[in-house]
Design a protein around this ligand. Structure first.
Ligand SMILES: [Zn+2]
Length: 715
């Protein structure tokens, strides 16, 4: 029953074959454990956890956030888990005063707070703050307004081509297509005096679908808070790259740290932004700049002027991570780490209450199994990070503080920020694709079909018309490349751990009406997102099955043959970066060495997987005899890191995956090469090609070690 050769997109092991990493006999026991776990998941408990977690606003750095952490700690202890807390003192930023005034052609004070609604009394809570942009500079700027579309470099090029001067001006830009920090940075680099962000209904509002309280999309009154930290330098605390922000840590000076904006930024709802936009004069914008409001958008730059006043309150604040464990029986020093965050801009109804509550319900179910006498083979850990919203701070500081221990112990990091009532949105490293297919085939959803069938059907619908015309034979699901935007970043990009992001998403991204608004509440969750917490219970069953299977597998279920498939696709994509839309060659890139290195990975992976599948089927590879093999397998991903430079120069150390800051949160394959091609630097292109080849050859060498370990185990 040896595996079919890899190389195609289909499952590399035979149809009725054993589950990856288990002999048939071992999987029968495993099935019993998983069935017991899944039948114990309770949407009533999940709903109650959610009610407690979303009772009050609890932004990071406040007493309410520390109280939330302590409540989570007590709850986890009551489940019978081993719990630790970790405190850090990062540099956080909130608003003392925010004001936006239209000063010409008329004077009008614009609203920077969200008005409450009778339907949801939480929106009237006295602890709610006005909308603000964390890490904005303080300032007081009065200037003419220029409308800059999404506020990205190409938008400023369009303005420059029309001789519209943005220096010293107040820029109005809409959310979408990039992280807000990129918009602030681009405005700053262009010499703007300040930035006014808003959510246009074309991107997040009535043009997308039903608005609150009937649907997911934003009303005229709802605004989106968020951080504008320049996290492409490094994630986490803006002042302590590569080291934990503990009390005694050496810190950068905020006045010179590259991670902090130098211009003030504010945020408005479209109902308020409209009062500016509909008055703008100057030439009409091109179609790509036109938003969803019912008038012709104009560039401005003339008679319409505004004043923004921002007084920020920035400094060191205490944050608190909570980590719970069910220790492993056989290999306690190997762990599966599942995580969400617990801080929220306001109540965190969806972000992150839906995710936090799901993880608590998973903890409850694991605690019940433990009290019944069960212990996993490997440790299962659950982390609840603080200060995700200001820029992945609780997770990053923990990852930096425990770098060595995490790299020596963690076989997989699984992140769940939030969920909605929608299809599976799965991202992660390609070596875990086959494993996730395996798991989802064994989980039934409410309609009786497997989670895999629903996942595949949804992914098929997202394929291009051209791809779908060829029919779906040979088509299979893919894990999306992880970029930025959630707590998996330090674990994938800084530590090189095998990483998954498991969520259900209904709006195609982190944009939805209540996102980072006062309206992201219990009411929104119960009314729109998941009435009865049915979908949440399905998420807990999926997360728990992943954890139990990784916790028990005799051989860890990594498949690097599929990694090679993806690398081949990335090389094909990279070849296109150097060619303009008009077919003109922008830079000379020779990818032959990369393609050869990928082929070496593919060949080595196939040999390992054949040996593993034979060994598991014959009974030669058991939990005991596979120990050395497993120790090589879980560290293979780390060979794709390049950690030769200090973190303040190169914090994103993963050579294959990174963050394309100009595309909203998306993963960027070969990030260093992509940037070198973007700036057309021939020497740098060569360096980056060599860097990729070296990383892939380290992986190939690791696969050879795995093959030897698998071979030794047979005797
Ligand atoms: Zn979140």
């Amino acid at each position: 029953m040896a595996a079919a050769a890899g190389g195609c997109g289909s499952r590399p092991h035979t149809a009725n074959a054993a589950h990856l990493g288990f002999s048939d006999a071992a999987f029968e026991r495993q099935r019993g454990l998983e069935d017991q776990f899944r039948s114990s998941v309770s949407r009533e408990h999940l709903g109650e956890f959610h009610r407690t977690l979303t009772a009050r606003p609890h932004p990071a750095g406040t007493a309410a956030s520390l109280a939330q952490a302590d409540e989570i700690r007590r709850t986890l202890e009551s489940f019978g888990l081993d719990v630790q807390v970790f405190d850090y003192e990062p540099y956080l930023s909130s608003a003392k005063e925010v004001a936006v005034d239209l000063v010409a052609p008329t004077h009008e004070q614009l609203r920077v707070a969200e008005p409450p609604a009778d339907l949801d009394l939480d929106t009237n809570n006295a602890d709610l703050s006005p909308g603000y942009v964390a890490y904005s500079a303080s300032g007081d700027v009065t200037a003419p307004i220029v409308y800059a579309n999404y506020g990205l470099p190409a938008d400023y090029e369009a303005l420059a081509a029309r001789h519209i001067d943005v220096r010293g001006k107040l820029i109005v830009a809409r959310y979408g297509r990039s992280h807000r920090a990129v918009k602030v940075h681009t405005a700053e680099a262009a010499g703007a005096g300040g930035l006014i962000l808003y959510s246009d209904p074309a991107d997040d509002g009535f043009a997308r679908g039903a608005t609150w309280p009937d649907g997911y999309w934003r009303t005229a009154d709802q605004l989106q808070r968020g951080n504008a930290k320049y996290s492409w330098f490094w994630h986490g605390d803006p002042l302590t790259p590569g080291r934990a922000a503990v009390a005694a840590a050496e810190r950068l000076d905020p006045a010179t740290a590259p991670t902090l904006p130098r211009i003030p930024a504010v945020v408005l709802s479209w109902g308020e932004a409209r009062k500016i936009l509909e008055r703008l004069d100057g030439p009409a914008v091109p179609p790509a700049f036109q938003g969803g409001l019912p008038f012709t958008y104009r560039f401005g730059g003339g008679s319409v002027r505004a004043r923004i006043r921002v007084q920020m309150d920035a400094g060191r604040r205490t944050i608190r991570d909570v980590v719970a464990r069910v220790p492993g029986a056989r290999v306690p020093d190997r762990q599966i780490l599942l995580a969400s965050h617990h801080d929220a801009w306001t109540f965190g109804g969806v972000d992150p209450g839906s995710g936090t509550a799901s993880l608590l319900e998973l903890a409850r179910a694991l605690g019940a199994l433990r009290r019944g006498g069960w212990q996993p083979q490997r440790t299962i850990a659950l982390a609840f990070w603080d200060a995700e919203e200001p820029g992945l701070i609780g997770s990053t500081e923990y990852a930096e503080q425990h770098e060595r221990a995490l790299r020596d112990s963690t076989i997989c990091y699984v992140n769940t920020d939030l969920y909605m009532n929608g299809p599976l949105d799965a991202g992660g490293v390609p070596s875990l694709r086959d494993f996730l297919v395996d798991v989802t085939k064994d989980i039934a959803e409410a309609d009786g079909k497997s989670a895999y069938a629903a996942w595949r059907a949804h992914e098929w619908m997202r394929q291009s018309a051209e791809r779908r015309r060829r029919g779906d034979s040979g088509f299979d699901v893919e894990l999306k490349s992880l970029g930025s935007g959630a707590d998996f970043v330090p674990f994938q990009d800084y530590l090189g751990l095998p990483t998954l992001s498991i969520e259900f998403n209904a709006t195609g991204g982190y944009t939805y009406g209540a996102y980072h608004s006062n309206y992201d509440t219990r009411f929104f969750m119960e009314r729109v997102v998941d009435p009865g917490f049915v979908r949440g219970a399905e998420l807990v069953r999926l997360l728990g099955t992943i954890a139990l299977r990784l916790g028990e597998a005799d051989v860890l279920p990594f498949r690097f043959s599929h990694y090679a498939n993806r690398l081949r696709e990335f090389a094909d994509t990279a070849a296109q970066w150097a060619v303009s839309d008009e077919g003109e060659t922008l830079a000379r890139v020779d990818l032959t060495p990369v393609r050869s290195a990928v082929q070496r990975v593919a060949d080595a992976a196939r040999e390992v997987e054949t040996r593993i599948d034979d060994g598991v089927a014959s009974g030669a590879l058991t939990a005991a005899s596979a120990a050395a093999l497993n120790d090589v397998l879980f560290r293979l991903e780390q060979r794709l890191l390049d950690d030769q430079e200090p973190p303040e120069r190169r914090w994103y150390r993963h050579v294959i995956y990174g963050w394309n800051i100009y595309s909203l949160y998306d993963g960027q394959p070969f990030p260093g090469l992509a940037e070198a091609i973007r700036v057309r630097d021939a020497a740098r292109i060569g360096t980056e090609v060599n860097r990729i080849v070296a990383a892939l050859d380290r992986l190939t060498a690791g696969l050879a070690e795995a093959r030897q370990a698998a071979g030794r185990a047979r005797h």
